[in-house]
Design a protein around this ligand. Structure first.
Ligand SMILES: [Fe+2]
Length: 371
């Protein structure tokens, strides 16, 4: 059975955050828990406070990157209200994932947030509102929730965790290219992988193709902080999010996750590093190859070699590395981790969505050749 899940309402407009009170009242929301981080609070705290107007609110503003289960449990114990019409996440992927877990624990204090499964009803008693402040993760439209515990990352999901309302305001996105590039590249990789995934369909393909085209023509302008480019990048990242959360990501994410965890490299940079070898590997599948040939047209070329060169060119233009050596990692240090990189990738759940079955030797070859 194919299923397509997405937020019930999506608002998109620069500065729409300033109408937050009206939006919430229209949705029947009068009492909220706002979850964010220090950075957003420092840059936009006053603006958010004004925008909430008459809405009764409580804040939790201490979300850290890669939130842990312990942090969420500790935050829950500090809450005063515990009954909210909505939990509002204002931030990047970490804040949104934190908020998904918080919505669950607020609804059911006994819930085990370390074992969220797609097969059980979560019975949420509060709405989830996402206001993403980066253009890339897609967590604002997806069922996924990534938390950490003592043993590392926990990638979980449940369709009830797709935020009910998504508010896209590009005026909240960062001006720092060190955030714009990796998040934009992450969105590009989401789109390519949504297309390649063995659970893709024509609906996810349509969103992903248009997202690729939009990112291709606007990431550069977003880096220069051009308003229109940033607006389009914000919506393209959401389209990519809708595509991959209803399709899947594949080998570039599996390889990128293990590379990022081993060498402490940011998510978007890591998955971008393995996009080109994944495209080459997955083009062995005739159906995927057909789809890549459609993508060629978006890049103004008509064969795979030219597509690869165009992606390399694009990566150079925006400052995304496509070889491990570009990150300054010494070859012996990299090669000494090969076994670990392969083992971690083989265990990654995203590999199951790859259109071509990838074994240990295949992955090893990709890691070696991509140095
Ligand atoms: Fe990603």
């Amino acid at each position: 059975m194919s299923l397509f899940k997405f937020p019930r309402t999506l608002y998109f407009q620069r500065d729409i955050i300033d109408s937050l009170q009206d939006i919430l009242l229209k949705e029947g929301i009068r009492k909220v828990l706002v979850i964010t981080d220090r950075n957003i609070l420092n840059n936009n705290g006053k603006r958010i406070e004004t925008a909430l107007g008459t809405i009764e609110r409580e804040y939790f503003t201490e979300v850290l990157p890669e939130p842990s289960i312990k942090q969420i449990q500790a935050a829950f114990l500090k809450l005063k209200g515990r009954e909210y019409d909505a939990v509002i996440a204002i931030g990047g992927g970490s804040v949104i994932d934190f908020s998904k877990a918080m919505a669950l624990i607020v609804s059911n204090p006994q819930a085990d947030i370390g074992s969220i499964s797609p097969f059980e009803s979560l019975d949420l008693k509060t709405k989830l509102v996402a206001i993403p402040t980066t253009s890339g993760t897609g967590s604002d439209v997806s069922f996924g929730v990534v938390l950490s515990d003592d043993d590392g990352k926990l990638a979980m999901g449940n369709y009830e965790l797709v935020p009910e309302i998504d508010i896209l305001d590009p005026s909240l996105t960062p001006v720092d290219r060190n955030i714009i590039v990796p998040t934009g590249i992450d969105a590009l990789v989401h789109s390519f992988e949504a297309i390649a995934s063995n659970t893709s369909n024509v609906m996810t393909d349509a969103l992903a193709e248009r997202a690729i085209e939009t990112i291709l023509f606007n990431l550069d302008g977003a880096i220069r902080n051009e308003e229109q480019a940033k607006d389009l990048m914000h919506i393209a990242a959401t389209m990519a999010g809708l595509a991959f959360s209803n399709s899947g990501t594949a080998s570039a994410h599996a390889l990128g996750h293990s590379f990022g965890a081993t060498f402490h490299v940011t998510h978007g940079t890591s998955v971008g590093l393995f996009l080109i070898p994944s495209i080459v590997f997955n083009s062995q599948d005739p159906e995927t190859m057909k789809k890549y040939l459609r993508i060629c047209k978006l890049f103004g070329v008509d064969d795979m070699d030219s597509l690869i060169r165009k992606i390399e060119e694009f990566f150079r233009k925006v400052g995304q590395p496509y070889r491990v050596r570009e990150l300054g990692i010494e070859e012996p240090a990299y090669m000494s981790k090969l076994e670990q990189l392969v083992a971690l990738s083989m265990r990654d759940s995203e590999l199951a969505f790859n259109p071509v079955l990838a074994g240990e030797e295949d992955l090893k070859k990709i890691f070696v050749n991509n140095y």
